[in-house]
Ligand binder design. Sequence first.
Ligand code: ACM
Length: 551
Amino acid sequence: MPDTHTTPTAPGGGLVPAPLSIDGPGRGTVRLGADTALAAGPGTEGTARWLRDTLGAAFGLPLPPGSGNAPDTLALAVDPALPPEGYRLVADARWGVRITGGGPAGVFWGAQTLRQLLGPLAFRRAPLAPGCAAVLPEQTIEDGPRFAWRGMLLDVARHFLPKDGVLRVLDLLAAHKLNVLHLHLTDDQGWRIEIRRYPKLTEVGAWRERTKLGHRASPLWDERPHGGYYTQDDLREIVAYAAQRHITVVPEIDIPGHSQAAIAAYPELGNTDVIDTTSLKVWDTWGVNPNVLAPTDTTLRFYEHVLDEVLGLFPSPFVHIGGDECPKDQWRASATAQARITELSLADEDELQSWFIRHFDRWLSDRGRRLIGWDEILEGGLAPGAAVSSWRGYAGGIAAAKSGHDVVMCPEQQVYLDHRQHASPDEPVPIGFVRTLEDVYRFEPVPPELTAEQAAHVLGTQANVWTEVMDSQQRLDYQVFPRLAGFAEVAWSRLPAPAARDYQDFTRRMAAHYTRLDALGVGYRPPGGPLPWQKRPGVLGRPIDGAPPNV
Ligand code: ACM
């Protein structure tokens, strides 16, 4: 027998992330059925469409249009008195369900809460049998996010994730009330965005002949070619799909390091007076790569042209230009780079990197956008309008916030989800630090060193998903879940200080949440450890914790 009835649990229903407040329980339940109408006030049409697509499909409900004042209605409205992403959800046995958001986004997050309250069946794409019940207890929920930037970085350069996988990730972010997808589109190992002016970026740069299997010290290779890229129409679709879910896609084009795929496609971008860049291929292994962009006018113009096309595709106010892990050896050895340092009266190669970044900071701000980069962009002086992704710990973010720059906190010690989730050698290809679900749950994005004024520069937080050792959707699911659920609560909910967080309560709510993830088909790490097919025996990770985590 299929499990066709969700038994409503306590009001709140094990919500993840936890809302600000839940009032209840009323004695009654609300049942959404074949006659339940959907009343969409101005500004809520997108959420109405999403509800018909998801809840309508899951329960076989038509949700015909209705007016807000009749019984048996799911009513959506905007009330600007609430914060833009805040919402109130009232489930009342006499009337039905009313979701009021401060703006369209708030209504959408309220709809995500409704879906969770309806139980795991609401996460399926078709009913298990005719007449599956969509039932929730009477209650009132008031809610709204702590941070405006609640992100996840997805590295599609190391391992390409086909477009349908990205759309799935967007659905999973939305289900956790996360609202930024930082898409890492270029790296040494692959260039994943079609650029019309420079077709070789994808003809040459979007695939590699083979791939290191496991940590870079592993002797194993996957001898299959690996690759793929998104056409501009694919990216328009991804951006539009994200926008329907109130998610901003922040593109990352990494400069001046992490650029070997681009140099393999266009050898003139590299330091041609130091190495024979025509011999470079898209990189097939992992680590920090010495082959970086040459600081020439040719390179600047090339990347301006690339970014011209990027801006046309991504409406995001922020554009990420990387800036991390740029070894300076080639610049030290290059007469061209040294001449540039002299010409610009720069002190050293760090200032040359800073000049590179400042150039694009100005270029982006002239076009109404803002630059964001990894915390290395602080070295040699931060460009005036730039924001920082603080990844090497909190220090970069603290320095940036203290000097009045905006920050996204994503320290690798806490929220790099490629890192192993348990100390057991059974973890598949274990790398980096051991960071359990509880560790992530106790992550605090705002360090105590910051004054309130400085802390206001912490736009929010982001979990980063680097994919060197994640070559499939299954591996991605395993690394990302359940930790992303804990992270989402950190980013959304107003949790107390880390030591005071009620992890037991979170664990209880996770019991409900695992049933939702099951219904969604997410291959998370079970609390007891990997299932046999989630292990990767024989593929070397980096088994010593505490070592520098760089793959
Ligand atoms: C990074 O992890 N290199 C930003």
